[in-house]
Each structure stands twice: as C-alpha cells, then as structure tokens.
Design a protein around this ligand. Sequence first.
Ligand SMILES: N[C@@H](CCC(=O)N[C@@H](CS)C(=O)NCC(=O)O)C(=O)O
Length: 229
Amino acid sequence: MYTLVIGNKNYSSWSLRPWVLMRTLRIDFKELLIPFAEPGSTELFRQHSPSGRVPCLHDGELRIWDSLAIVEYLAERHEGVWPAERAARAWARSAAAEMHSGFQALRNTCSMTCGQRVVLRERPAALERDLARLQALWQAGLTRFGGAFLGGQTFTGVDAFFAPVAFRLQTYHLSLDDPCDAYVARVLALPAMREWYEAALREPWREAAHERDIIDVAAEIIDLRQSGS
Ligand SMILES: N[C@@H](CCC(=O)N[C@@H](CS)C(=O)NCC(=O)O)C(=O)O
C-alpha cells in the first residue's frame, strides 16, 4: 500500500493535492502526518522525503516527492487521475502546471489556513490579477468541458491542484463570479475536503511562521480551530 507523507492539514496546501485526489479516487494509502516546526520534525521530513518537503509518496522502496510528480506517478497506475478525453487532459495538465508554478500573489497574500477566517487589510493589485486569471481559467474549464469539475464531469488531478485555492477563497472571503463560486462550493462539499477540513480544525499545532504570515495581512481574524482564539 502507498504511504503519503504530509504536513499539517491546516496549513499544507501542497500536501492537500495528492491527498484529496487519492481519497476521492479511492486510491488506498496510509497517511503519515509530520507537523511543521515540532521537535524533531526537520529530521523526520528529511528521513521521509528526499527534498525534506512534503508531500512525498512512498510506494515500496520508491520515493516520489513534489505534488505534480506524485499525481503523474498515480496517473500511470490508476484510471481517472486526468480526464479521459485528450483535449480535456491537455487542458487539465496545463492548468495544473500553471497553478504549480504560478499564482504567487495568491499564495503569498493568502497562505492556506483552513480553520481561520480572515479579512484582508488590503487587496494588492497582484492579487487582483491572480484572481482575474483564476476566474478566466476556471470559466474556460467549466464551460469547455461541460462538467461540474474543471476537466469534465468527474473530479480529477486539475481539481486537486486547485483544491487548496478553494480553502483560501473561503478563508479570505474572496468571491469570483457565480459559476466559479458554485465550483468552489462543490469542491468544499466533497467528502474528502470535509474530512481534511474537520481534521484541520482538530489539530493542536500552531506554527509560528505560518501564523505570522496570516497576522501580517489581516485586518480581522476569526479562529475556528479547536482551542483557537
Ligand atoms: N513544489 C513542492 C512544494 C512542497 C513544499 O514546499 N512543501 C512545504 C509544505 S506545504 C514543506 O514541506 N515545507 C517544509 C519546509 O520547508 O521545511 C510540491 O509541489 O510538493
């Protein structure tokens, strides 16, 4: 059986991608969660992942690190990781790659924290540009392939790549147009997303660097995490 090594569910956007894909596609795996910045965690990250970063998939002796490499590895072994239709698959891979290497302002201003609700102090122009591109990209996928999801009727790798964005939009009260907001609601309602979210709320860890990133951009914060303030 696979083992998927991940970080904190509240913060680790990269970990969420393969996790939600594997859960939704019913690809069996054991989860190994290593919390950030706990005593010994740096050594554990290095022990379980060649890059010292998560996610990392273990398949027997094989180590596959980086969320995009993991999804491509899974696509070689399991049906449904990418859309079946060639044009949809090409589009889905392009959109996932764009997410993987882009959307810096969205990532930097709105770091993932599933269990908080944050009113931003300001919305920098670069963030507005990322949101406009996100909306155009999602509109294209939703209209072109006629599905509830970006590459068609079923949840595939491209949706997994944007799943952390759904949490970010919820956390920071960011809204797009109606079809895109409906897509966000659909993604957030998936059983796997609910499972991740509930687990994030129960996590006891607070990592100083992540918490600081959020305080730095916030005008107002509501913490929904257990024992949150
Ligand atoms: N491009 C990588 C990024 C992985 C990454 O940056 N992971 C972060 C957590 S979300 C990490 O492991 N940070 C630990 C550290 O920097 O020590 C991927 O897609 O997997």
